[in-house]
Design a protein around this ligand. Sequence first.
Ligand SMILES: Nc1ncnc2c1ncn2[C@@H]1O[C@H](COP(=O)(O)OP(=O)(O)O)[C@@H](O)[C@H]1O
Ligand SMILES: [Mg+2]
Length: 388
Amino acid sequence: MAGITLEQLAKRYDDAVQAVFPLDLSVEDGELMVLIGPSGSGKTTVLRMIAGLEEATGGSIRIGGRDVTTTAPRDRDIAMVFQNYGLYPHLKVRDNLSFGLRVRHVERQVIEERVAEAARMLGIVPLLDRRPRQLSGGERQRVAMGRAIVREPAAFLMDEPLSNLDAKLRIQMRNDLVSLQRRLGTTTVYVTHDQIEAMTMGDRVAVLDHGVLQQVGTPRDLYDSPCNAFVAGFLGYPSMNLLPGTLSTSSGVPTVTICGFELSVPMDRVPVEAGGDPRAVVVGLRPEACEEARSTRLAPTGARLSGLAHRVETLGADVVVHLRFGCTSPDPGTTPPMVDEVGTEGTAGELVARFDRRTSTREGDRLDVVIDTDRLIFFDPGTGDALR
Ligand SMILES: Nc1ncnc2c1ncn2[C@@H]1O[C@H](COP(=O)(O)OP(=O)(O)O)[C@@H](O)[C@H]1O
Ligand SMILES: [Mg+2]
């Protein structure tokens, strides 16, 4: 078992694309670290550098305290699980599992024990004599995992290992994988672009964008205290509302004005970071922090927005309501809703709220929404950084 430490790790392809900017990241021994970011953000490149499949153009990699920056992949004591499984089609499952051990000249007895143990753990004993083409996607995924397990490596590196599976199987495999990782206690770096996987699987999550590490923290940290608007908008579904607003503290009671609606802001939510007063801000507000005025349990703080529900999506456990402020058309189906002068810029004037499934809100309804102002977050409109 071993931790992984990346120091100023960087990658530039062909002297052209800077795929990864100098990045510091420490994965603790036994930890499951999720690396998440949109497509092209450099996740695979980071993972392949840790594996030794891609040469770093800067910085260093340590696994278990040993500097492996220039070590050959096979001597790094890691096992990688790929999105396309990478199984040998002509080999039986049993031989796919044992292959990595046989090429390392591990004793036959040990190989048999480890294959049997891994197959039992993954529930693939009945499949041992089949070939990959005789397996479903989920079964292939298990075999790919098994092949990593039998190696008993210092770390697992997984690159979107579940993305070829259908939604239901993905959820099941996600849980199986976490249980397995906990049982084995093997340090794991898990790459995904799926924020639900990241939030549910990671002990900690590292967010990449354009090759730059944005933030590292527990799922809870990232969700509640995103360091910038990118992280705020990337994690959570529906995404956090990010609305242009004006923050003012000069009148004694701090307020923020969003599309003409003035909301009072609790003192401890007001950024202490220097800035003008009033100042332009981006207001971050989670959909679940917006409640229906007629059924809210929030104290009547006067933090209200009202508008037209132009789209209502039923998710099952709850209902997502897309609200437009200042809409004048009562029938969004026939006439495109008109938005008042205020809030016509960008996505301003639109708020996504998440209500309880018992809501009676229907498309076309006008309604008042109360904001849980304890959950307001402000971002700098220029840099996108959270204002502290
Ligand atoms: N072999 C390569 N040669 C040149 N550029 C590459 C190569 N592999 C990836 N890139 C570029 O590096 C960036 C990061 O890619 P990648 O690490 O695959 O991102 P992700 O896994 O997050 O989708 C992208 O801009 C991609 O086009
Ligand atoms: Mg990738």
